[in-house]
Design a protein around this ligand. Structure first.
Ligand SMILES: NC(=O)C1=CN([C@@H]2O[C@H](COP(=O)(O)OP(=O)(O)OC[C@H]3O[C@@H](n4cnc5c(N)ncnc54)[C@H](OP(=O)(O)O)[C@@H]3O)[C@@H](O)[C@H]2O)C=CC1
Ligand SMILES: CC(=O)[C@@H](O)[C@H](O)COP(=O)(O)O
Ligand SMILES: [Mn+2]
Length: 396
């Protein structure tokens, strides 16, 4: 069997390291072609020692210079690519088959588009890229002939629960139901959310993830981004996308059919499962995850968003449907505002409950517009970030 050559964008992060863990279990099926990171030189060097990729890219220029020097000192074959378009060139490289998109935030959009245009098998963890890119992203996938496979646990579950025949989705499916854990503050009094610290917000009850997505889970903005992601991935209108709180994160999401049957995907909360599925689809390979043990599974519970004060506790979730129904480009504005607000919260410049206030005020101030290309999208993203920054400064 010809080995699949895989490029991992964001290899030093939570998804990146889990991806390399799965790849490392199947040396007969996969080889690492290229790796990219932001600034963690030691970890990227270690990964280069183990997987011996042809190429590496680091976003931070000092980190890239350090990595190049240390690779050379150790006599390793990896070449460090540099420059503003290095990530895009790497993502589109003709010798790679598969690109795992695991950079956090809109910084991952340009390489995702490059991989899509180059017709790669594109494993999408980087939900922000699709939330920002929207129809433009999908059009790059179509024209490039790429295969877009979801990695986000909910979207992988939905993909696994849908019929293979894509053309039948609209007719057969009633609605998609995304499950949400409710994060660390599911039972907190809404008034207490002003006291939340970054440490508390990053302590997700079920998943170990990067800091940005952990905060998003705590505000449920993660679910808002995922509703938007589902709208683009599966093509159903916003009124056919639903969310239910399921604190145990065992059911990863569900599809309800016209006859009321519900098909779901279950498993222990371990991202190596959707990663292994994306890497091996349509086959299945060992992922390294623990299997579910139904004899010890104590509880599977569900909560409606309309009870227990959840709408008040998680006001950001409704912005998913509002921004999907607004002019195109609004989801990009929402994403930019949220990235700025979460960074400001992690930097202790604003309170946890002010994240939503920044998002709302930015949406009020910046009108969406239908971007024609990547430059247009980045312009809108930049405009929203500058506005969100001003709002953060007014709060802090
Ligand atoms: N973690 C999870 O379980 C899940 C994550 N996702 C999504 O996957 C994506 C990655 O999440 P996660 O792995 O948790 O995030 P992490 O913060 O753990 O990792 C992010 C990765 O991106 C790199 N990076 C950060 N900023 C830049 C930049 N400006 N340019 C280039 N590279 C950059 C980091 O490099 P470095 O650290 O070296 O600076 C790191 O390799 C997110 O979009 C998230 O929403 C989706 C579902 C589950
Ligand atoms: C693992 C994963 O896919 C995360 O997006 C996870 O779903 C976060 O959980 P909640 O956002 O439901 O808390
Ligand atoms: Mn998810």
């Amino acid at each position: 069997m010809k080995k699949q050559r895989v490029t991992v964008l964001g290899s030093t992060g939570s998804i990146g390291t889990s991806t390399l863990d799965v790849i490392g279990r199947h040396p007969d099926r996969f080889e690492v072609f290229a790796l990219s990171a932001g600034r963690q030189v030691d970890l990227l060097l270690e990964q280069c020692q183990r997987f011996r990729p042809r190429l590496a890219v680091m976003a931070d220029p000092d980190a890239a210079a350090q990595l190049a020097q240390r690779l050379q000192a150790e006599g390793l074959p990896t070449r460090v690519m540099q420059g503003p378009d290095a990530l895009e060139r790497m993502a589109a490289h003709e010798e790679a088959d598969t690109v795992m998109a695991a950079i956090v935030g809109a910084a991952g959009l340009a390489p995702c588009l490059a991989a899509a245009r180059a017709g790669k098998r594109l494993l999408l963890a980087n939900k922000e890229a699709l939330v920002v890119g929207g129809e433009l992203f999908l059009s790059a996938v179509r024209t490039g002939g790429a295969t877009l496979l979801p990695i986000d646990s909910e979207h992988s579950a939905i993909f696994q629960s849908l019929p293979e025949d894509r053309a039948s989705w609209d007719e057969r499916v009633e609605k998609i139901i995304l499950t949400a854990s409710g994060g660390p503050f599911r039972t907190w009094e809404p008034a207490r959310l002003r006291e939340v610290t970054p440490e508390q917000a990053c302590a997700h009850p079920n998943w170990v993830m990067g800091r940005k997505i952990s905060v998003d889970s705590a505000t449920m903005m993660n679910k808002a981004l995922e509703v938007i992601e589902a709208r683009y991935l599966f093509g159903l209108g916003p009124d056919r996308l639903d969310v239910v709180i399921h604190p145990q994160s065992i059911i990863h999401s569900m599809v309800q059919y016209r006859d009321t049957s519900v098909v779901a995907q279950l498993g222990t909360p371990d991202m190596r499962v959707p990663i292994a599925y994306g890497l091996s689809w349509p086959e299945r390979i060992e992922s390294g995850a623990q299997a579910l043990d139904f004899s010890t599974l104590a509880d599977m519970s569900f909560e409606s968003l309309d009870r227990n004060g959840h709408r008040e506790r998680f006001p950001g979730l409704a912005l998913a449907w509002e921004s999907l129904r607004a002019v195109p480009g609004t989801t990009a504005v929402l994403n930019a505002a949220n990235e700025v607000a979460v960074a400001a919260f992690l930097d202790r410049q604003i309170r946890f409950d002010q994240i939503h206030a920044v998002n709302l005020a930015t949406l009020d101030a910046v009108a969406g517009s239908k971007p024609q290309d990547l430059a247009g999208l980045l312009e809108l993203d930049g405009q929203a970030r500058r506005q969100a920054d001003r709002i953060v400064r007014s709060f802090s």
